[in-house]
Structures are given as structure tokens and as C-alpha cells.
Ligand binder design. Structure first.
Ligand code: GDP
Ligand code: MG
Length: 617
């Protein structure tokens, strides 16, 4: 069985964690509120009904700001922790951790100052709670929320809406089913006019979570008593009414000690002719115990549903975080690491495209297998090696002295002229592969899930990849053109040696072989054309094989091995700020992630808290 201290302590700790993370209910609805799932006791009542006095007598210390008009302008979450007898009392604020207040006058001043910090020295209100913990041997474990008093009219300096604003703020607390309502009504006023009861009835019609507290019993007119109210005849609640006698204004002015006041209250009831029979169930001490016991049972009953809310929220938040991506580190080293990781993720996908794990690499083979051979076949050799052109080129090469045996110069010129045509298809293959690679870079960026969050980095990778591919293209073109030029610079002499000799070919009549007459017939030029054509055909076969090798070597292999190498060197030199820019995300997304992370932390620590209490049974 969890102890009372551990259960209320648990809620205290979770409540403080909630406030640190900005979860105090009633706020934005972006997240389910853990705060709202926690049981609390809220003190409600009209101005001057005695709320602060009740709180102080429960605590047994004087520490709340006093004055006429609206003093409580922010909710005060008052967490009471019972300490061992004889220990020193002290208070602590959540907003000033590790400072122990043992002078309660300073506590009062800090509540005032902290209220003003949020609201200015105006008479405005704010829903952001102040958290105050009091550690004392004279208290019971209990968490209470002091709220601004309900009013009927705005006073000087307050906006007209103040009446409604206060009511709305109070309502956000008392409305939630986990709120225990401590409804304070002064006995010297008709209960039918009580603001507290009016609101409590509205939000808790069955009265199961309302504790009726009747203050100022000592101020009732002589000859009247509050038995009708206290015994539940005037207004029925599930829990018994508790009558209270707080310090009067005169007592306060005389600085009557709270402990003395408690004793006087006890005496009042013990000796009261009207309430004597109820003495053991009256007074602030009894109220504190009653509330503590009740709060404990409420918490106990709520734990399973709080746990399931927490687990559900953790699950939801984790899946959202997965979707949003994990938060980015803030130091430059870790950012650089993240960028490199992202680049590598992209690079893996890019390689998969090339190596066949993903589609697209086959289009490069398509260039070699279809496009290049088709382009080679389409080269205009027929025209270049037409009888007419052969004659023209050979004759021009001969100059004034026609060739004697074979037109060496003519052959060379015809071959060189033909080989030049290969540049076109060679360069076109380079370009075609370049565009395939570029498209694959684009596709791979789009397919890299991890990059989706980082539009800036995406653009930079695309640019860096594009630049690298451009460099590879230039290199590749140089290489394939060189292949073609190499063919022109040295002809395969064996080919010509293997050719049937002109002399034999010329054969029989009209004249003896090798005569000049034969040398200038059409047959002679046709033979030259066909020899050149078959030589060019042979070169074409060679280039059909070597151009792909050059292209793969210069472009595909380079892309695979070092597409982002330049980029890596560049970003290695960048300043922290520039790195952060690369990891620029959509600000809304960053904000959302930050909030999710904070919430997740809250829920996880709450889960740990609950676990530790469960284990402590
Ligand atoms: P709050 O505005 O609801 O917080 O009311 P306070 O606790 O400040 O009380 C308003 C005034 O009523 C103060 O002067 C208190 O001394 C006085 N008062 C509150 N409760 C009692 C009581 O039970 N008996 C007497 N005589 N005076 C009380
Ligand atoms: Mg007050």
C-alpha cells in the first residue's frame, strides 16, 4: 500500500514538473494536459470570505499577502509537506529553486513580487500559477490552490472584464472532474447568496467533490447560529460541512500567532453551546486532515487512469517525434556529424540507383547499348565516301603531282575526315549519361527520408552534386574526344597491309598492272572509298566499346566514389552558424518538436514517479 505521503508527494512532484513545462491546464489544446488529470484542491469563494485565512490556518503560518480588494491575482499552488517533529519550518518557491525561506514575512513579499512580475503593478490577473512549498512538522500533506476571489464589480483601474475573467479562471480549475472544491462561505451572510456555493453547484451539482466551509461563525448576530448550514439542511453536500473560526482583523493587527489562533479556535468549538456536539468535526485542523485523507483516496483512485493517460501520451508523442525527426544537436561538431550522416544516407541511395538496387542505372546501359550504336550507324559516311568526294579529296591531296601507286595522302585525308565524325556521338554519350546521373541525384534526394526536413541541405546537396557531375562531364568529354583523336593520330597499318594489293586487283587488261591509266578509273576510286569505309567501320567497332569504358570511368565511377567529396571539404571549413543554416528547418516544425520533446520528458518523469511510488508499496 502506498503511504499517504508518497501519494500526495507524487502528485506534488508531477504538478511542479507540469508548471516547469508550462502545463497548468486551460492553456492551448495542442497537448492533452497532465495537469488537468491530477487531483487538486481549489479554494473558491467571494472576496473577503476568508479564503486566505483558511489557507493560513491550515498551514498554521501567516504568509499570504493581505489587503483590501483583489490581492490574489495569480493562482497560488500551495504544496504542504509534513516534516518530522522538531524540524525547522521553511518555504520554497519553484521559481527560486534552492532558496529556503524561514521568514514567512519574506514569503508573503515574494508572492506579491512574483505576482507583479507577471501582471505588472496593475490589478490584472494571470492564470500562470505560483508554486509554493511549505515544509513543516505542523502541516499535513496536502496541495491547495488559492484563487482570486470572485467579485461582482470591477474597481478603479480594472478592466470591465475582470469579473468575468476571474470567474473564468476559477472555473477552469473547478470544472475539471479531478478538482476538489473547497467552497468558502462566510457565516454572517445568507448562504443563498454565497458565490462559492453558486459556482460549486454549477460545476458539481451532485456535491460529491465539494467541501463546504463556513467561516466567521464568531461574527454571526447574537441569537443566530449556522446549524442549518453545518448540518446540511440548507444546502446538501456529500461531504460534511466544516465550520471555521479564523483570526479577526483585530487579531491580525495584533499579530496574534497562528498557533495561538488554532488553540483559540479549538476552544471556541469545545465551549460553544451551539456547536459543542460537533467540536471534533470542526475547525481548521480537522479540515486539513479531512482534505488530506480525501485527496489521498482521490489520487489512489485516479492513478490507473493517470498511468494510462501517460502511457498513451508517451506513445503518441514518440510516434509524432519519429515523424518529425529527432532534434538537431546545437554544437557545431554534432551538426557537422549530422550533415555528414545525412549526406551519406543520400549517397547510399544514389549508389543503389547506380548499382541496380533501385531503378535508373539501367538507363546508362541504354545509352551504350542503343543510343551510341544508333548514332554511329547514322554518321554520313556514305556521303563522305561517295565516289565524287573520294575523287575530289584524293585529287586535292595529290596536288600537281598525281599519286603513283597508292594515294597515301588521299587515304589519310579521307580517314581523318571520317574519324572526325565520331566526336559527335562520343560527346553525345557523355551528355546523355550526364543527364541520367543528374536525374538520379535529384531522385535520390527526394527518396532520402532523413533529408525531407532540411530543404536548405537538400538544395545544397543538389547543387554540389550538379557541380561535381559537371566536372566529371568536362573530364569525360576530353577523354572521349581524345579517344577519337588517337584514332586519327596513328592508323592501324596492318589493316592496309592486309588489303589486296592494288596491283593484283587491277588484274588483267587493258594495260599492264599499275599503269597510270588504270589508276584513275572509277573502280580505282571506288576501291579507295570502300577501303576507307571498312577501316572506318573497324574504328567504329572499337569506339563503340571504348567510349562506354571512358564514360563509365570518368563519370559513373567518379559519381559513385566521390560525388560529394568537394562538398565534404567545403562544409568541413564552414563556421558553426553556416552549418546551422544547412540544418535549417521549417520553424513551425522545430517549435512543435521542441514542445513534443518537453512534453515527452514530462510524461516520462511522471511515469518514473508513479513507478517509484508503486514499488514503494
Ligand atoms: P479572502 O479575501 O477570502 O482571502 O479573505 P481573508 O482571509 O483575507 O479575510 C478577510 C477578512 O475577514 C480579514 O480581515 C479576516 O481577518 C477576516 N476573517 C476571515 N475569517 C474570519 C473569521 O472566521 N472570523 C473573524 N472574526 N474574522 C475573519
Ligand atoms: Mg485572499
Amino acid at each position: 500500500m502506498a503511504t499517504m505521503e508518497s501519494l500526495i508527494g507524487l502528485v506534488n512532484r508531477i504538478q511542479r514538473a507540469c508548471t516547469v513545462l508550462g502545463d497548468y491546464g486551460g492553456g492551448d489544446n495542442a497537448f492533452s494536459s497532465l495537469w488537468e488529470a491530477l487531483p487538486t484542491v481549489a479554494v473558491v469563494g467571494g472576496q473577503s470570505s476568508g479564503k486566505s485565512s483558511v489557507l493560513e490556518s491550515i498551514v498554521g503560518r501567516d504568509f499570504l499577502p493581505r489587503g483590501s480588494g483583489i490581492v490574489t491575482r495569480r493562482p497560488l499552488v500551495l504544496q504542504l509537506h509534513k516534516t518530522d517533529d522538531g524540524t525547522q519550518e521553511y518555504a520554497e518557491f519553484l521559481h527560486i529553486p534552492r532558496r529556503k525561506f524561514s521568514d514567512f514575512a519574506l514569503v508573503r513579499k515574494e508572492i506579491q513580487d512574483e505576482t507583479d512580475r507577471m501582471t505588472g503593478k496593475t490589478k490584472m490577473i494571470s492564470p500562470v500559477p505560483i508554486h509554493l512549498s511549505i515544509y513543516s512538522p505542523n502541516v499535513v500533506n496536502l496541495t491547495l490552490v488559492d484563487l482570486p476571489g470572485l467579485t461582482k464589480v470591477a474597481v478603479e483601474g480594472q478592466p470591465e472584464s475582470i469579473v468575468e475573467d476571474i470567474e473564468n479562471m476559477v472555473r477552469t480549475y473547478v470544472e475539471k472532474p479531478n478538482c476538489v472544491i473547497l467552497a468558502i462561505s462566510p457565516a454572517n451572510q445568507d448562504i443563498a447568496t454565497s458565490d462559492a456555493i453558486k459556482l460549486a453547484r454549477e460545476v458539481d451539482p451532485s456535491g460529491e467533490r465539494t467541501f463546504g466551509v463556513l467561516t466567521k461563525l464568531d461574527l454571526m448576530d447574537k441569537g443566530t447560529n449556522a446549524l442549518d448550514v453545518i448540518e446540511g439542511r440548507s444546502y446538501r453536500l456529500q461531504h460534511p460541512w466544516v465550520g471555521i473560526v479564523n483570526r479577526s482583523q483585530a487579531d491580525i493587527n495584533k499579530n496574534v500567532d497562528m498557533i495561538v489562533a488554532r488553540r483559540k479556535e479549538r476552544e471556541y468549538f469545545a465551549t460553544s453551546p451551539e456547536y459543542g456536539h460537533l467540536a471534533s468535526k470542526m475547525g481548521s485542523e480537522y479540515l486539513a486532515k479531512l482534505l488530506s485523507k480525501h485527496l489521498e483516496s482521490v489520487i489512489r483512485a485516479r492513478i490507473p487512469s493517470i498511468t494510462s493517460l501517460i502511457n498513451k501520451s508517451i506513445e503518441e508523442l514518440e510516434s509524432e517525434m519519429d515523424h518529425l525527426g529527432r532534434p538537431i544537436a546545437t554544437d557545431a561538431g554534432a551538426q557537422l556529424y549530422t550533415i555528414l550522416e545525412l549526406c551519406r544516407a543520400f549517397d547510399r541511395i544514389f549508389k543503389e540507383h547506380l548499382e541496380g538496387g533501385r531503378p535508373g542505372g539501367d538507363r546508362i546501359y541504354g545509352v551504350f547499348d542503343n543510343q551510341l550504336p544508333a548514332a554511329l550507324r547514322k554518321l554520313p559516311f556514305d556521303r563522305h565516301l561517295s565516289l565524287q568526294n573520294v575523287k575530289k579529296v584524293v585529287s586535292e591531296a595529290d596536288g600537281y603531282q598525281p599519286h603513283l601507286i597508292a594515294p597515301e595522302q588521299g587515304y589519310r585525308r579521307l580517314i581523318e575526315g571520317s574519324l572526325n565524325y565520331f566526336r559527335g556521338p562520343a560527346e553525345a554519350s557523355v551528355d546523355a549519361v550526364h543527364f541520367v546521373l543528374k536525374e538520379l541525384v535529384r531522385k535520390s534526394i527526394a527518396e532520402t527520408q532523413e533529408l525531407k526536413r532540411f530543404p536548405t541541405l537538400q538544395a545544397e546537396i543538389a547543387a554540389a552534386g550538379g557541380e561535381a557531375l559537371e566536372r566529371f562531364r568536362v573530364e569525360s568529354k576530353k577523354t572521349v574526344v581524345r579517344l577519337v583523336d588517337m584514332e586519327s593520330s596513328y592508323l592501324t597499318v596492318d589493316f592496309f597491309r592486309r588489303l589486296p594489293q592494288e596491283v593484283e586487283k587491277a588484274g588483267n587488261p587493258p594495260g599492264p598492272a599499275g599503269t597510270p591509266i588504270d589508276r584513275y578509273t572509277e573502280g580505282h576510286f571506288r576501291r579507295i572509298g570502300s577501303n576507307v569505309s571498312s577501316y572506318v567501320g573497324m574504328v567504329s567497332e572499337t569506339l563503340k566499346n571504348t567510349i562506354p569504358k571512358a564514360v563509365v570511368y570518368c563519370q559513373v565511377r567518379e559519381a559513385k566514389q566521390s560525388l560529394l567529396n568537394h562538398f565534404y571539404i567545403q562544409i568541413g571549413k564552414r563556421e558553426a552558424k553556416q552549418l546551422a543554416q544547412l540544418l535549417d528547418e521549417d520553424p513551425a516544425l522545430m517549435e512543435r518538436r521542441q514542445q513534443c520533446a518537453k512534453r515527452l520528458e514530462l510524461y516520462k518523469s511522471a511515469r518514473d514517479e508513479i513507478d517509484s511510488v508503486s514499488w514503494a508499496r
